[in-house]
Design a protein around this ligand. Structure first.
Ligand SMILES: Cc1ncc(COP(=O)(O)O)c(C=O)c1O
Length: 422
């Protein structure tokens, strides 16, 4: 077996032991049936560093009050904590606070655009263009919109390497009826890193609005929403070391200004009369009701932590682990990995099938060795049909993983094959 290599995020301590980011995550002190936790499911949700847990607890213990309503000192602390978190979250991805909207998750961020922008701008005989690799969160809202408006929903195809074709994008845009192109920055099944800037530039040149689903990208790549050029960019806190219950939508100011609100009620208004209401300024116009205050504070701590590591280093670490995972999985008989063959073109995950063993059994077999992976359709049923499978197993890495985790997965797969007599 290859030796466990040092990598940038794991440093040798003076006593010769290993320290580094994993020790920042208290969950790794846990054992399951006497085995250490080997967590390879960060694509579903990441683990949380102690600084995020502390930020949540500290906020609730010392600064808790509702926001934007109180004149007393405690309420002002809560305001400062919430709006301060927004500034840090926006800066983390090169966005502006005014156009950075907190939502419940990426799903809600995409639904916000499908309702508020889509229902005012997509009409009968228009088309919405998405891709075959979309998570249901970036597919079902467009299906609903198109059905309601009598518009067409069309798909960019995924080729045998798990990639999209810019030529097909061009020919779709040339048809003249596309109003919006929505696609993942990083596929949660194939791992493909899509050429976002090229795609948004082509759409913009054709006068077409773009939405990018960055749920899998923000946790592992340096992201600059300005440079990527999307009109809307959505992501989710819990995959980026933050708490559940918070997502983010970055939008182009001109579009957000023109859009009607998504949800209505308290906080998102400027004034309400018996028959008429006017809307609050951005971003509050899109944040109806009491927002996820403690969650925003937790996400602020998460992005500070990631910035401290440096997103270039995070990407290098996950790229290196992915390359290692692809190499080791390729050597296991019967394993077929889907998506781009090169680690450079993919995020930190590998979805695979094992000939003769159902993906759910694969996940179950490796779980017996304490290895946590995911099996199923990964909320991408249409993509599964394109791949000709009902499900895959998926191992996904985070900042706290190391090569030994991949070795444990591969050892468990080899033992699993033996259990099945393969
Ligand atoms: C690519 C992608 N988009 C969207 C989502 C939805 O994220 P959330 O459930 O936090 O809204 C996920 C979650 O798995 C995802 O992987």
């Amino acid at each position: 077996m290859p030796p466990v290599a040092e990598n940038d995020l794991f440093i040798k301590t003076t006593s010769g032991g290993r320290a580094g980011v994993r020790s920042d995550f208290p969950i790794f002190a846990r054992t399951f049936a006497g085995r250490p936790l080997i967590y390879l499911d960060s694509g579903a949700s990441s683990q949380k560093p102690q600084v995020v847990i502390d930020a949540l607890a500290d906020h609730l213990a010392k600064h808790n009050a509702n926001v934007h309503r109180g004149v007393y000192a405690l309420a002002q602390e809560a305001d400062a904590a919430y709006d301060g978190a927004r500034k840090r979250v926006a800066a983390f991805v090169g966005g502006a606070p005014q156009t950075t909207i907190f939502t419940k998750n990426a799903t809600e961020a995409i639904n916000l655009v499908a309702y508020s922008w889509g229902r005012a701008n997509v009409n009968a005989d228009d088309a919405v263009l998405i891709t075959q690799m979309e998570h249901h969160a970036n597919l079902v809202p467009w299906q609903m919109l198109c059905r309601e408006r009598g518009a067409q929903l069309r798909y960019l195809e995924v080729d045998e390497r798990g990639e999209l074709s810019l030529e097909q994008l061009d020919s779709e845009l040339a048809r003249g009826d596309v109003r919006l192109v929505a696609f993942a920055h990083v596929s949660n099944v194939l791992g493909t890193i899509n050429p976002v800037a090229e795609m948004t530039a082509r759409a913009r040149a054709a006068g077409v609005v773009t939405l990018v689903d960055g749920a899998q990208a923000v946790p592992q790549l340096p992201v600059d929403v300005g440079a990527l050029g999307a009109d809307f960019y959505a992501w989710t806190g819990h995959k980026a070391l933050g708490p559940t219950g918070i997502g983010v939508l970055h939008g182009r100011a001109e579009l957000l200004e023109r859009m009607q609100p998504f949800l209505t009620g308290g906080d998102m208004i400027a004034s309400v009369d018996f028959q008429e209401t006017t809307w609050n300024e951005l971003p509050y116009k899109f944040e109806a009701g009491t927002p996820p205050i403690a969650e925003a504070v937790g996400l602020g701590a998460a992005v500070d932590y990631l910035s401290g590591l440096g997103m270039e280093r995070v990407r290098a670490h996950e790229r290196e682990l992915t390359a290692y995972m692809l190499e080791r999985l390729a050597a296991v008989a019967g394993v077929r990995v889907v998506g781009p063959p090169q680690a450079d073109r993919r995020g930190g995950l590998a979805s695979f099938t094992v000939e003769g063993i159902h993906p759910h059994d694969v996940a179950e077999l490796v779980a017996r060795a304490g290895v946590c992976i995911r099996a199923g359709h990964h909320c991408a049923q249409p993509l599964m049909r394109c791949l000709g499978v009902g499900a895959t197993a998926r191992a996904s890495v985070g900042v706290y993983n190391e090569r030994a985790d991949i070795d444990a997965l591969v050892d468990a797969l080899l033992s699993g094959r033996a259990v099945f007599g393969l």
